[in-house]
Design a protein around this ligand. Structure first.
Ligand code: SF4
Ligand code: SF4
Length: 287
């Protein structure tokens, strides 16, 4: 349903346009920079990073591997290369500190499309045709590992929209790019017309896995000025996982006001749109 008012203008009026889009602009820049880093080789011959988000080598010395891909490989009883083990350890360590789901909001290219779908459905006033349980993604995550173990092959990666979009954009033959367009287009339409935030907040096993990695993250969003909240609901409108906000807003004075849920993507959008500047990034969750 179309909301009574859209989030954003109140924050612009209270804090100015720059402060009201600071984290959104930063994360769009980061997403574009990651795409450019991977695309500069295949498109213009400047090979800083070779590979895709699943597995890459930067400047010939820094291997990075998706730890979920490694886990599926191990479940399929494949013997991993040393560089894959090192690359997955680096990625695990980095996201354990900054929050696993920062992958979703700052790196993953699918997020650009699912955010666009959400923005469009709000403006169109589409109703939710399907209500999904947010725990479904963990069952799907378990299924991806089980399928690898059962088939001896990393089957999920053949249809993973994240991998397909990256491969399709960077190296796709016409057929591979077409298949990626179909799968990613289906995710976009699903989010737009069927289930609000259907893919990223309910189904995607990759996001679920990265959320688990970030359970003990140091970087969190907190609500240090929750006493100033005027219940405008703008943060709930923009948050991809709105259930994570309530405990922080309801924390008693002097209590723990950090958003601790593994579902929070550390996107910072609640910080942007809050006219009362209730939220802020914090280290260790200290207000
Ligand atoms: S939930 Fe999945 S598709 Fe969505 S942003 Fe995260 S990794 Fe990408
Ligand atoms: S609580 Fe804030 S930082 Fe976390 S997902 Fe929601 S909008 Fe993004």
């Amino acid at each position: 349903m179309r909301p009574d008012r859209f989030a954003g203008p109140a924050a612009v009026a209270a804090k100015g346009r720059v402060a009201a889009v600071r984290w959104l602009a930063s994360r769009r820049s980061a997403q574009a920079a990651f795409l450019a880093l991977f695309a500069s080789g295949p498109l213009v011959g400047i090979w800083i990073t070779k590979g895709t988000l699943a597995s890459s080598m930067t400047l010939g010395v820094l291997p990075l591997t998706d730890p979920l891909l490694l886990l599926q490989s191990l479940a399929a009883l494949h013997v991993p290369e040393r560089s894959a083990l090192i690359g997955a350890s680096i990625v695990l360590a980095a996201y354990a500190v900054v929050g696993g789901r920062m992958f979703c909001s700052w790196v993953c290219p699918v997020n650009l499309l699912t955010d666009l779908a959400h923005w469009l459905r709000l403006r169109a006033g589409f109703k939710n045709a399907l209500r999904l349980n947010r725990q479904l993604r963990y069952w799907l995550l378990a299924a991806t590992i089980a399928m690898s173990a059962a088939t001896g092959s990393v089957v999920w990666e053949a249809v993973n929209p994240v991998t397909m979009l990256h491969r399709g954009l960077l190296f796709g033959t016409l057929a591979a790019a077409g298949l990626a367009a179909v799968v990613v287009g289906a995710v976009f339409l699903f989010d737009l017309a069927v289930a609000e935030r259907g893919w990223c907040s309910h189904l995607c096993p990759v996001g679920a896995f990265y959320g688990l990695i970030g359970r003990f993250r140091l970087l969190k969003v907190a609500a240090p000025r929750r006493a100033d909240c005027d219940h405008c609901q703008d943060c709930f409108q923009v948050c991809p996982e709105p259930h994570v906000i309530v405990p922080a807003l309801k924390a008693p004075a002097g209590g723990d006001a950090a958003i601790r849920s593994i579902d929070c993507t550390n996107c910072g959008r609640c910080i942007d749109v809050c006219p009362q500047s209730v939220f802020a990034f914090s280290l260790g969750g200290k207000p």
